[in-house]
Design a binder for this molecule. Sequence first.
Ligand code: HEM
Length: 519
Amino acid sequence: MEVVAMATAVLFEAASYALLFLATYWLLIWAYRLLLHPLSRYPGPFLAKLSDFHVGYHVLNQRLHLQTFRDHEKYGPILRHGPNKLVFSNTAALHDIYLNSSVSKSAVYDLTRQANGVSNVFNAIDKNLHRRKSRLVGRAINERSMRIFEPNMTAQIDVLLSTLLQSAGQPLNMTTLVKRLSIDIVGLLGFGYELKTQTDERDRWLAEGVVKGNFRINSYMNFPALRHTRMDYIMGLIAGKARLKYGELVGRLIRSRLSVARDAHHDLYASMTDEESLDGEKPLPQSEIFQEAVFFIPAGADTVSAAICAVLFYITRASHRSVYDELAREIRHTFATPNDVSGGPKLMACKYLRACIDEALRMSPPIGGTLLREQEESSKTNGEQLVVDGHIIPHGVQIGVSIYSLHHNKAYFPDPFAYNPDRWLSSSEEQKKVMKEAFVPFSIGSRSCPGKAMAYLEMSLVIAKLVSCFDISAAPGNLGLVGLRKMQAGDKGEEYDLHDVFVSTHDGPYLVFQPRKQP
Ligand code: HEM
């Protein structure tokens, strides 16, 4: 009995010492981060100075882009947003970070790799590896390739139009329909595969699966502790079933692609193995090519669908009636029927359409978070100094510009919460220059989006065809409010509600489509 009591007392004492040690350890770390850390003089939320919990909480809430904006409003253009992280909201920092050859993607991108460890163009941090992948992927989705791919895209958009014709007069959730459309398009682009989620139920779960996958990687990137603790297990469970299904689907896509000739489709696989494109280089191993094709699903589907739904949301708000009328006038004047809408000089000349798209991308950027970067290893070892917006950045500090905050910075975009396509057309040349410099939905520099040409083509074709084919209005009653963000006191205007999971996800708008009489 006595031995048990003694052992319990010893254990109790050991546990107390361990707790005391842990408490002292964390107190010292927090005191260091608060008072002595090289970033201690930078303003930011108290909790963010001590730990990643501030950012982690808002990441799990899918509202980090909005919180970062609010923190900028409170603390100014330079924000300490983690013990070792600085976030900016101005163009000087944008250039110093993203156009700087001594800066690379942050090591947090490593956390987005698949279990097999193979990297893709998005998470390849090594510059040489990235350059090679980027050249090959870029060729598959540049403007030239898009001209060849356009008939596939148009055929899918026509499926959407026929769905809308069949349900004319009913309120329809555009998030559901546009996500299916954009997934079907990237399936064709990546693998030459007809997923047919617009017309067939089988793979419709993919839309939700992509969101879960994005949520997981975004949580890891912003709150890396999740990756290294048992939380990973919980996150795995959240994404678990979807991940298995995803693996099964990818296997099916690859088997189907390999069962036909290389040039049977104009897709990423054909482009990346084309001798002319390779220009004497060795092709990437098949596993890597398919890794790129798989990445097209989150990269090319949810981004474009967020943008299209945002445009549809803004142009159908009652307060934007004049925007809708002007857009309809331009499209219907340029194209006699929906079938006449195609890529090329006429579509490019639709300046108001482009302004409507750009204004939606500004207010509701599909990737609105902070793309984290850090000083290159080689630059550190050469003893070079990294200077951002006049600040010397200590080695190892994570840096980035919050795209949502930049796009809502009053210094560049007066009245930032007003959806005003005209700002892109009728502002002074000087003001246009200021806005263009601060408008970065596709990011800038060597890691900017190679899918920009495809995205503009898809967004323009969808909006132009819809406006040409239908009279569109917001659904009546409460359904018409789905997608409207609850604004904070002081935010004027109406904004499309995006949930930040790296690539944003969304719901609504619910719209009603009335077919127009065609000539
Ligand atoms: C409106 C639509 C789109 C937006 C707003 C957008 C935005 C972006 C942004 C901000 C990045 C940089 C991410 C980072 O630095 O971590 C990026 C990267 C990328 N995007 Fe897009 N994107 C769009 C559409 C597309 C499409 C249609 C594709 C192709 C199917 C695509 C393929 C990629 C790829 C492959 C990367 C990685 C590039 C690299 O790291 O070198 N994107 N995109």
